[in-house]
Design a protein around this ligand. Structure first.
Ligand SMILES: [Fe+2]
Length: 212
């Protein structure tokens, strides 16, 4: 009697199944990273400061995470979020995003929307769920009063507290249309001064070990 199609299909051993799944995970991871890199390139095309800035912020986050002993999986999520933290700036009009000069209050309110825009775009994408929360909260302050959630202390995702420090260090040490870049020592001193107010003291301790 002829065998059914199911019976003719070779069955994978448990070891082969595990290997197959690992390959699938690797492929999925590669796809997530490829998509992240595409998004960073898109931001770079729109505003070259933001693109270069995001890559540097990811590098600084990595140095801080190493000091903090953050595990490999969480570091990967952190770096994904750091690379994409300003992706929502794609939704900010050119005349505000690229303005050479100080922003009006209204314009600043518009810029502030970028963290929510980024979160809205990425929160539903498989592989980006956690990173999207980090980028949503990267402008919160440790003592409260930041945006968009007015969160404080442990309410703020830990990764977002790391991105906040790295983001500020890069913004201070880069030339902007409205301000010349600060020297490294001046930027580090300013960030240390904001420990416990704008920034998480635990993150600042790690930042000082890595940067001072
Ligand atoms: Fe931002």
């Amino acid at each position: 009697m002829q065998k059914s199609v199911l019976e003719q299909t070779p069955q994978l051993t448990p070891a082969q199944t595990r290997f197959h799944m690992l390959k699938m995970e690797d492929r999925f991871r590669e796809q997530v990273l490829a998509m992240a890199s595409t998004l960073v390139s898109l931001v770079d095309l729109r505003d070259c400061y933001t693109g270069g800035h995001s890559t540097r912020v990811a590098d600084y986050c990595h140095r801080i995470a190493l000091e903090l002993g953050v595990n490999e999986t969480e570091t990967e999520t952190l770096l994904l979020a750091a690379s994409l933290h300003d992706v929502g700036k794609i939704g900010v009009p050119d005349h505000i995003l690229l303005k050479k000069g100080l922003l009006t209050e209204d314009e600043f309110e518009h810029i502030k929307k970028h963290s929510e825009f980024g979160w809205m775009v990425l929160r539903g994408v498989e592989g980006f769920e956690e990173a999207s929360l980090i980028l949503l909260h990267h402008h919160e302050r440790f003592d409260g009063g930041g945006y968009p959630g007015d969160l404080s202390g442990a309410q703020i995702p830990f990764g977002a507290r790391i991105v906040a420090v790295a983001d500020t260090y890069d913004a201070l040490t880069t030339n902007r249309p409205y301000r010349n870049k600060w020297e490294h020592d001046r930027a580090v001193a300013e960030i240390e001064r904001c420990s416990g107010t704008q920034f998480d003291p635990k993150v600042i301790d790690a930042f000082m070990r890595a940067f001072a």
